[in-house]
Design a protein around this ligand. Sequence first.
Ligand code: GLU
Length: 292
Amino acid sequence: MTGYRGRFAPTPSGALHFGSLIAALGSFLDARHAGGEWLLRIEDLDPPRCPPGAADTILHQLEAFGLHWDGPVYYQHDRGPAYAWALEQLVAQGLAYPCSCSRQQWRDHAIYPGWCRTRPCEPDKPLAWRLRSDLGLNPVVWHDRLFGEQHFAPTELGDVVLKRKDGLWAYQLAVTVDDAAQGISDVVRGHDLLDNTPWQRQLQHALGLPEPRYLHLPLIVNASGQKLSKQNLAPALPVADAAVRPLLYQALVALDQKPPVTLRLGTVQEQLAWAIRHWQPQRIRRQAQRRE
Ligand code: GLU
Protein backbone atom coordinates (compact mmCIF):
# COMPACT_ATOMS: atom_id res chain seq x y z
CA MET A 1 0.00 0.00 0.00
CA THR A 2 1.26 3.41 -0.96
CA GLY A 3 -1.11 5.61 1.04
CA TYR A 4 -2.55 6.91 -2.22
CA ARG A 5 -6.33 6.99 -2.27
CA GLY A 6 -8.22 8.58 -5.13
CA ARG A 7 -11.87 8.83 -6.03
CA PHE A 8 -14.37 9.54 -8.78
CA ALA A 9 -17.37 11.49 -7.55
CA PRO A 10 -20.05 11.88 -10.22
CA THR A 11 -23.36 13.62 -9.69
CA PRO A 12 -25.97 11.14 -10.99
CA SER A 13 -27.94 13.74 -12.91
CA GLY A 14 -27.65 11.52 -15.96
CA ALA A 15 -25.43 8.94 -17.63
CA LEU A 16 -21.69 9.52 -18.03
CA HIS A 17 -20.46 11.12 -21.26
CA PHE A 18 -17.02 11.62 -22.80
CA GLY A 19 -16.22 14.54 -20.46
CA SER A 20 -16.93 12.43 -17.38
CA LEU A 21 -14.87 9.59 -18.86
CA ILE A 22 -11.81 11.87 -18.88
CA ALA A 23 -12.26 12.65 -15.17
CA ALA A 24 -12.94 9.02 -14.28
CA LEU A 25 -10.06 7.64 -16.36
CA GLY A 26 -7.58 10.32 -15.23
CA SER A 27 -8.26 9.70 -11.56
CA PHE A 28 -8.29 5.91 -12.05
CA LEU A 29 -4.93 5.88 -13.88
CA ASP A 30 -3.34 8.22 -11.37
CA ALA A 31 -4.43 5.93 -8.51
CA ARG A 32 -3.51 2.64 -10.16
CA HIS A 33 -0.16 3.90 -11.43
CA ALA A 34 0.66 4.82 -7.82
CA GLY A 35 -0.47 1.37 -6.66
CA GLY A 36 -3.23 3.09 -4.73
CA GLU A 37 -6.93 2.64 -4.16
CA TRP A 38 -9.69 4.20 -6.24
CA LEU A 39 -13.09 4.81 -4.65
CA LEU A 40 -16.44 5.68 -6.13
CA ARG A 41 -18.72 8.23 -4.52
CA ILE A 42 -22.15 9.03 -5.91
CA GLU A 43 -22.91 12.69 -5.19
CA ASP A 44 -26.68 12.43 -4.99
CA LEU A 45 -27.30 15.46 -2.77
CA ASP A 46 -30.07 16.89 -4.89
CA PRO A 47 -32.75 14.22 -5.47
CA PRO A 48 -34.84 16.23 -7.94
CA ARG A 49 -31.77 16.50 -10.19
CA CYS A 50 -30.99 12.78 -9.96
CA PRO A 51 -33.38 10.63 -11.99
CA PRO A 52 -33.97 7.12 -10.64
CA GLY A 53 -31.63 4.61 -12.24
CA ALA A 54 -28.93 7.16 -13.20
CA ALA A 55 -26.54 6.00 -10.47
CA ASP A 56 -26.89 2.37 -11.58
CA THR A 57 -26.29 3.39 -15.19
CA ILE A 58 -23.06 5.10 -14.11
CA LEU A 59 -21.87 1.96 -12.28
CA HIS A 60 -22.63 -0.11 -15.34
CA GLN A 61 -20.78 2.30 -17.65
CA LEU A 62 -17.69 2.34 -15.41
CA GLU A 63 -17.63 -1.45 -15.41
CA ALA A 64 -17.89 -1.54 -19.21
CA PHE A 65 -14.77 0.67 -19.38
CA GLY A 66 -12.94 -1.60 -16.94
CA LEU A 67 -12.84 1.13 -14.30
CA HIS A 68 -13.37 -1.09 -11.26
CA TRP A 69 -13.47 0.69 -7.93
CA ASP A 70 -12.35 -0.52 -4.52
CA GLY A 71 -14.75 -1.21 -1.68
CA PRO A 72 -18.43 -0.36 -1.47
CA VAL A 73 -19.96 2.52 -3.43
CA TYR A 74 -20.39 5.53 -1.17
CA TYR A 75 -23.59 7.58 -1.46
CA GLN A 76 -24.02 11.12 -0.17
CA HIS A 77 -27.78 10.93 0.39
CA ASP A 78 -27.39 9.33 3.82
CA ARG A 79 -24.54 11.53 5.04
CA GLY A 80 -26.73 14.31 6.50
CA PRO A 81 -25.58 13.83 10.13
CA ALA A 82 -21.91 14.22 9.17
CA TYR A 83 -22.63 17.43 7.22
CA ALA A 84 -24.75 18.77 10.10
CA TRP A 85 -21.88 18.13 12.52
CA ALA A 86 -19.48 20.02 10.23
CA LEU A 87 -21.87 22.96 9.93
CA GLU A 88 -22.14 23.10 13.73
CA GLN A 89 -18.35 23.35 14.02
CA LEU A 90 -18.32 26.22 11.55
CA VAL A 91 -21.15 28.05 13.30
CA ALA A 92 -19.37 27.66 16.66
CA GLN A 93 -16.29 29.32 15.15
CA GLY A 94 -18.31 32.17 13.63
CA LEU A 95 -17.47 30.90 10.13
CA ALA A 96 -21.00 30.11 8.95
CA TYR A 97 -24.12 32.27 9.07
CA PRO A 98 -27.80 32.09 8.11
CA CYS A 99 -28.77 34.12 5.04
CA SER A 100 -32.18 35.13 3.73
CA CYS A 101 -31.04 36.87 0.54
CA SER A 102 -32.15 35.66 -2.86
CA ARG A 103 -29.98 35.65 -6.00
CA GLN A 104 -32.36 38.20 -7.44
CA GLN A 105 -31.55 40.68 -4.64
CA TRP A 106 -27.80 40.69 -5.33
CA ARG A 107 -27.97 40.26 -9.09
CA ASP A 108 -25.93 43.44 -9.70
CA HIS A 109 -22.95 42.03 -7.79
CA ALA A 110 -20.41 39.52 -9.09
CA ILE A 111 -20.37 37.66 -5.77
CA TYR A 112 -22.74 37.66 -2.80
CA PRO A 113 -21.87 40.86 -0.87
CA GLY A 114 -22.30 39.31 2.58
CA TRP A 115 -25.30 41.40 3.70
CA CYS A 116 -26.46 38.79 6.23
CA ARG A 117 -23.03 38.31 7.83
CA THR A 118 -23.94 39.90 11.15
CA ARG A 119 -27.68 39.11 11.12
CA PRO A 120 -30.08 37.80 8.44
CA CYS A 121 -31.74 40.65 6.51
CA GLU A 122 -35.13 38.91 6.79
CA PRO A 123 -34.90 36.39 9.66
CA ASP A 124 -38.46 35.10 9.18
CA LYS A 125 -37.84 34.00 5.60
CA PRO A 126 -36.30 30.60 4.73
CA LEU A 127 -32.60 30.67 5.53
CA ALA A 128 -29.60 29.25 3.74
CA TRP A 129 -26.22 28.85 5.46
CA ARG A 130 -23.14 30.50 4.01
CA LEU A 131 -19.41 30.32 4.69
CA ARG A 132 -17.54 33.47 5.85
CA SER A 133 -14.97 33.43 3.05
CA ASP A 134 -13.32 36.59 4.43
CA LEU A 135 -12.32 34.89 7.69
CA GLY A 136 -10.28 31.74 8.28
CA LEU A 137 -7.70 30.64 5.72
CA ASN A 138 -6.78 33.69 3.63
CA PRO A 139 -5.50 34.01 1.01
CA VAL A 140 -5.97 30.47 -0.23
CA VAL A 141 -2.81 29.19 -1.86
CA TRP A 142 -2.05 25.69 -3.07
CA HIS A 143 -0.17 23.84 -5.77
CA ASP A 144 -2.11 22.11 -8.51
CA ARG A 145 -0.14 19.24 -10.05
CA LEU A 146 -0.94 20.43 -13.58
CA PHE A 147 -1.83 24.12 -13.27
CA GLY A 148 0.84 24.96 -10.69
CA GLU A 149 0.63 27.60 -7.99
CA GLN A 150 -2.93 28.82 -7.28
CA HIS A 151 -3.74 31.95 -5.34
CA PHE A 152 -7.23 33.17 -4.41
CA ALA A 153 -7.99 36.32 -2.41
CA PRO A 154 -11.17 36.56 -0.27
CA THR A 155 -12.52 39.40 -2.40
CA GLU A 156 -12.86 37.07 -5.38
CA LEU A 157 -14.40 34.14 -3.52
CA GLY A 158 -17.74 35.18 -2.09
CA ASP A 159 -19.57 33.47 0.77
CA VAL A 160 -20.53 30.15 -0.74
CA VAL A 161 -23.72 28.31 0.28
CA LEU A 162 -23.19 25.31 2.59
CA LYS A 163 -26.82 24.40 3.12
CA ARG A 164 -29.62 25.55 0.87
CA LYS A 165 -32.86 27.23 1.86
CA ASP A 166 -34.76 24.07 0.93
CA GLY A 167 -32.66 22.13 3.47
CA LEU A 168 -30.48 20.32 0.94
CA TRP A 169 -26.74 20.19 1.61
CA ALA A 170 -24.55 22.00 -0.86
CA TYR A 171 -21.65 20.54 -2.82
CA GLN A 172 -18.74 22.43 -1.15
CA LEU A 173 -19.49 21.20 2.36
CA ALA A 174 -20.39 17.65 1.33
CA VAL A 175 -17.36 17.13 -0.90
CA THR A 176 -14.97 18.41 1.79
CA VAL A 177 -16.46 16.29 4.56
CA ASP A 178 -16.53 13.17 2.39
CA ASP A 179 -13.06 13.52 0.89
CA ALA A 180 -11.82 13.54 4.49
CA ALA A 181 -14.16 10.75 5.66
CA GLN A 182 -12.95 8.54 2.81
CA GLY A 183 -9.30 9.37 3.48
CA ILE A 184 -8.75 10.76 -0.03
CA SER A 185 -5.11 11.70 -0.63
CA ASP A 186 -5.48 12.85 -4.25
CA VAL A 187 -8.31 14.63 -6.01
CA VAL A 188 -8.19 14.35 -9.81
CA ARG A 189 -11.11 16.04 -11.60
CA GLY A 190 -12.08 18.51 -14.31
CA HIS A 191 -10.74 22.04 -14.54
CA ASP A 192 -14.27 23.41 -14.06
CA LEU A 193 -13.83 22.61 -10.36
CA LEU A 194 -10.47 24.33 -9.92
CA ASP A 195 -12.10 27.56 -8.79
CA ASN A 196 -14.22 25.61 -6.27
CA THR A 197 -11.09 24.32 -4.57
CA PRO A 198 -10.42 27.49 -2.49
CA TRP A 199 -13.68 27.03 -0.55
CA GLN A 200 -12.83 23.38 -0.01
CA ARG A 201 -9.38 24.39 1.25
CA GLN A 202 -10.98 26.95 3.59
CA LEU A 203 -13.37 24.32 4.92
CA GLN A 204 -10.56 21.78 5.43
CA HIS A 205 -8.62 24.38 7.37
CA ALA A 206 -11.60 25.38 9.53
CA LEU A 207 -12.60 21.78 10.27
CA GLY A 208 -9.04 20.56 10.89
CA LEU A 209 -9.18 18.10 7.98
CA PRO A 210 -6.19 16.92 5.93
CA GLU A 211 -5.48 18.60 2.58
CA PRO A 212 -5.48 16.29 -0.42
CA ARG A 213 -3.23 16.95 -3.42
CA TYR A 214 -5.08 18.32 -6.47
CA LEU A 215 -4.75 17.60 -10.16
CA HIS A 216 -7.26 19.35 -12.41
CA LEU A 217 -7.61 18.01 -15.93
CA PRO A 218 -8.49 19.99 -19.07
CA LEU A 219 -12.24 20.16 -19.41
CA ILE A 220 -13.72 18.65 -22.54
CA VAL A 221 -16.06 21.09 -24.30
CA ASN A 222 -18.21 20.80 -27.40
CA ALA A 223 -17.80 22.77 -30.65
CA SER A 224 -19.59 25.77 -29.10
CA GLY A 225 -17.25 25.76 -26.11
CA GLN A 226 -19.78 24.36 -23.62
CA LYS A 227 -19.02 21.71 -21.01
CA LEU A 228 -20.52 18.39 -22.16
CA SER A 229 -23.74 17.66 -20.32
CA LYS A 230 -27.09 16.04 -20.63
CA GLN A 231 -28.60 19.50 -21.29
CA ASN A 232 -26.49 20.01 -24.39
CA LEU A 233 -27.14 16.44 -25.50
CA ALA A 234 -23.70 14.92 -24.98
CA PRO A 235 -24.10 11.25 -25.92
CA ALA A 236 -24.07 8.77 -23.04
CA LEU A 237 -21.02 6.48 -22.91
CA PRO A 238 -21.76 3.13 -24.56
CA VAL A 239 -21.48 -0.17 -22.73
CA ALA A 240 -21.07 -2.48 -25.75
CA ASP A 241 -17.45 -3.63 -25.97
CA ALA A 242 -17.04 -2.79 -29.68
CA ALA A 243 -17.97 0.84 -28.98
CA VAL A 244 -16.09 1.06 -25.68
CA ARG A 245 -12.65 0.17 -27.09
CA PRO A 246 -12.21 3.07 -29.57
CA LEU A 247 -13.66 5.53 -27.07
CA LEU A 248 -11.26 4.43 -24.35
CA TYR A 249 -8.43 4.90 -26.84
CA GLN A 250 -9.76 8.36 -27.73
CA ALA A 251 -9.84 9.24 -24.01
CA LEU A 252 -6.16 8.23 -23.65
CA VAL A 253 -5.35 10.46 -26.63
CA ALA A 254 -7.34 13.33 -25.05
CA LEU A 255 -5.27 12.88 -21.89
CA ASP A 256 -2.11 13.28 -24.05
CA GLN A 257 -0.83 9.85 -23.09
CA LYS A 258 0.18 9.07 -26.70
CA PRO A 259 -1.02 5.46 -26.81
CA PRO A 260 0.50 3.43 -29.68
CA VAL A 261 -1.95 3.09 -32.60
CA THR A 262 -1.88 -0.68 -32.31
CA LEU A 263 -3.58 -0.32 -28.93
CA ARG A 264 -6.71 1.08 -30.58
CA LEU A 265 -7.92 -2.43 -31.36
CA GLY A 266 -6.77 -3.85 -28.02
CA THR A 267 -9.18 -5.11 -25.41
CA VAL A 268 -10.25 -2.83 -22.58
CA GLN A 269 -7.91 -4.75 -20.26
CA GLU A 270 -4.96 -4.34 -22.64
CA GLN A 271 -5.56 -0.63 -23.07
CA LEU A 272 -5.85 -0.04 -19.35
CA ALA A 273 -2.83 -2.18 -18.51
CA TRP A 274 -0.74 -0.13 -20.97
CA ALA A 275 -2.16 3.16 -19.68
CA ILE A 276 -1.56 2.32 -16.01
CA ARG A 277 2.05 1.38 -16.72
CA HIS A 278 2.73 4.46 -18.85
CA TRP A 279 0.63 7.08 -17.02
CA GLN A 280 2.40 10.42 -17.12
CA PRO A 281 0.22 13.31 -15.98
CA GLN A 282 3.06 15.71 -16.80
CA ARG A 283 2.36 14.97 -20.48
CA ILE A 284 -1.07 16.59 -20.28
CA ARG A 285 -1.03 19.95 -22.02
CA ARG A 286 -1.89 22.71 -19.58
CA GLN A 287 -5.16 23.91 -21.08
CA ALA A 288 -8.29 24.75 -19.14
CA GLN A 289 -10.47 23.49 -21.98
CA ARG A 290 -10.12 21.01 -24.78
CA ARG A 291 -12.40 20.45 -27.77
CA GLU A 292 -14.01 17.03 -27.90
N1 GLU B 1 -19.95 15.72 -8.28
C1 GLU B 1 -19.15 16.66 -9.04
C2 GLU B 1 -19.52 16.59 -10.50
O1 GLU B 1 -20.05 15.60 -10.95
C3 GLU B 1 -17.67 16.38 -8.95
C4 GLU B 1 -17.14 16.48 -7.60
C5 GLU B 1 -15.64 16.42 -7.47
O2 GLU B 1 -14.97 15.68 -8.22
O3 GLU B 1 -15.14 17.09 -6.58
O4 GLU B 1 -19.26 17.53 -11.23
